[in-house]
Ligand binder design. Structure first.
Ligand SMILES: C[S@@+](CC[C@H](N)C(=O)[O-])C[C@H]1O[C@@H](n2cnc3c(N)ncnc32)[C@H](O)[C@@H]1O
Length: 504
């Protein structure tokens, strides 16, 4: 079974990936003192874009951008191209091609995205990918290249080796995946290392394509950060910064502490030390051409020129009066501890404004106002607040951006969802993407409701359709219960920026 056939037989779940959003990448670059191009009018290239689950929502969101996807698997490329035609989206196209032999004339790109590609292709294609970044990046352009990191994969290698060894490479991908699930049960009975047992338990519930392409694919070559940056050097590229979440600045400082003061290239060494200290498995590297300004660690001062958005909740009453640590949780279930009352107020402001972003000055002003409204007199000095914000930004509790976004629409009398959302909801194998490029997990009733929002149905009509749908699924609910459910769902769509003012 070759790698390409496996992608045709077991297509990769093609999802919107928030960390590849150009407005976010531009903000990360700015934190590192690098001015990336305007994301709103950018040329964007995605390599190994699968069926375009990431690329197409980006093109939709930024109609003035031009988005090109390159995908080797014909089935995925054609599925993406058909979706683009159905959406009549003029600024996106998916080219069925090998990234190592790109057709001429594609031109330069401001953002190049390669997520889940670099570690999973043969070394010659890795070289071609970096070479392509060098040749096709515009002046100040940035590329996002994710890869598996040796520090975290070291302990997982016995699991990959056992799965590769005990499954039959000649089987079609779906059957080999089934075989792998049985082997996981055997390994769970044979092994006692809690770390590997935890990974086995996770893999049994993970998407089939994840298990297959991480653990059974022909290529999965984790490398160290140092090996990666050496390859960048060889291609006349350089590392700009990390686009993935980092636990906390405190840990970054701990990692720096592992390194002798005198060592040259201290920041790069700290990055490697951090991988070892945290057993990092996966990196999302932001890279630029080597003649771009010098590499530097993220600077807290740069926050002043950025905007921020966040979608966080706190399951307890928020204490704005004292320095109690409280956990704020994002929709993916990740918790972010916040101690500083002014920072808690800022998180409340951002979550209330979501999906809109606020610039640094407006956010600070609104947080101070909120404290005053709650009658909390004292607020800390700005540097303390800035440090708390920096930690949340580095950990991805609060996302930095250079783009404010559009205000979310309310449902109205005859709710309308935008065409992309309706088509995603109505098409099997497609995930609905929200205002900030997040994957929205909808059950069949939610998808059905969203697909019907073309402005021709009143709220009462929608409640009636929902009630019939749920009854058919064996869920007989009262009219009041269905009405409440429908309204809640519509407000979720509104918050996620799926609603529009008119059909289009
Ligand atoms: C692990 S998937 C990742 C898909 C998508 N980027 C994501 O993260 O969801 C890797 C993708 O790269 C594609 N691919 C592999 N080798 C390629 C090549 N030489 N040229 C273009 N695409 C390639 C595969 O077909 C597959 O769709």
């Amino acid at each position: 079974m070759d790698t390409l056939a496996s992608y045709d037989e077991l297509p990769y779940d093609s999802l919107p990936l928030p960390e590849t959003q150009p407005d976010f990448l531009a903000a990360v670059a700015r934190l590192h003192g690098y001015d990336a191009p305007d994301p709103v009018r950018a040329r964007i290239l995605e390599l190994g874009c699968a069926q375009g689950g990431n690329l197409i929502p980006l093109a939709w969101r930024w109609p003035e951008s031009e988005c090109v996807g390159v995908e080797l698997s014909r089935i995925q490329a054609e599925s993406g191209a058909a979706f683009i035609r159905a959406l009549d989206l003029p600024n996106a196209r998916i080219v069925h091609a090998d990234l190592a032999a790109l057709p001429d004339g594609l031109g330069e790109f401001d953002y190049i995205i390669a997520h889940g590609v670099f570690s999973w292709v043969p070394p010659s294609v890795q070289q071609a990918l970096l070479d392509l970044c060098r040749r096709h990046l515009s002046a100040n352009g940035v590329a996002y290249v994710s890869f598996n990191v040796a520090a975290g994969w070291q302990r997982l290698q016995p699991l990959r080796a056992a799965l590769v060894e005990r499954t039959s490479p000649g089987l079609p991908a779906p059957q080999r995946h089934q075989q792998a699930l049985r082997i996981l049960d055997e390994l769970a009975a044979e092994w006692s290392d809690p770390f590997l047992l935890k990974e086995i338990a996770y893999l049994k519930t993970a998407a089939p394509s994840y298990l297959f392409h991480e653990y059974l694919a022909e290529f999965n070559a984790p490398m160290s950060f140092g090996e990666f940056t050496a390859q960048l050097d060889a291609h006349h590229l350089r590392y700009v910064g990390e686009a993935g979440p980092r636990c906390a600045v405190v840990e970054l400082e701990d990692a720096w502490g592992l390194i002798p003061e005198s060592m040259a290239g201290r920041w790069m060494d700290a990055e490697s030390a951090l991988d070892d200290a945290l057993s990092v498995r996966f990196r999302r590297a932001l890279i630029a051409c080597a003649d771009a300004p010098c590499a530097q660690p993220p600077e807290m001062e740069a926050l002043g020129g950025l905007s921020f958005h966040a979608d966080l909740r706190c399951d307890e009453e928020i204490d704005l009066d004292g320095m109690t640590e409280q956990a704020f949780i994002n929709p993916a279930g990740n918790g972010f501890p916040v101690v500083l009352p002014l920072m808690k107020a800022a998180v409340m402001v951002l979550s209330g404004a979501y999906p809109l972003a606020l610039n640094h000055a407006d956010l600070l002003g609104a947080a101070r106002q909120l404290m005053a409204d709650y009658g909390v007199p004292d607020s800390p000095d700005e540097p303390t607040y800035r440090e708390a914000l920096f930690q949340l930004v580095i950990a991805h509790g609060v996302m930095p951006t250079v783009w404010a976004a559009e205000a979310a629409m309310e449902p109205g009398e005859r709710p309308i969802a935008h065409r992309l959302a309706r088509l995603q909801a109505a098409t099997s194998g497609w995930v609905v993407s929200g205002a900030r490029h997040v994957a929205i997990d909808l059950d069949p009733a939610g998808r059905m409701l969203l697909s019907l929002l073309d402005g021709n149905r009143t709220l009462d009509d929608l409640v009636a359709v929902m009630r019939a749908f749920l009854a058919e699924a064996g869920l007989a609910l009262s009219m009041d219960a269905v009405t409440e459910l429908t309204h809640r769902q519509l407000w979720l769509f509104a918050r996620q920026g799926l609603l529009a003012s008119e059909q289009g």
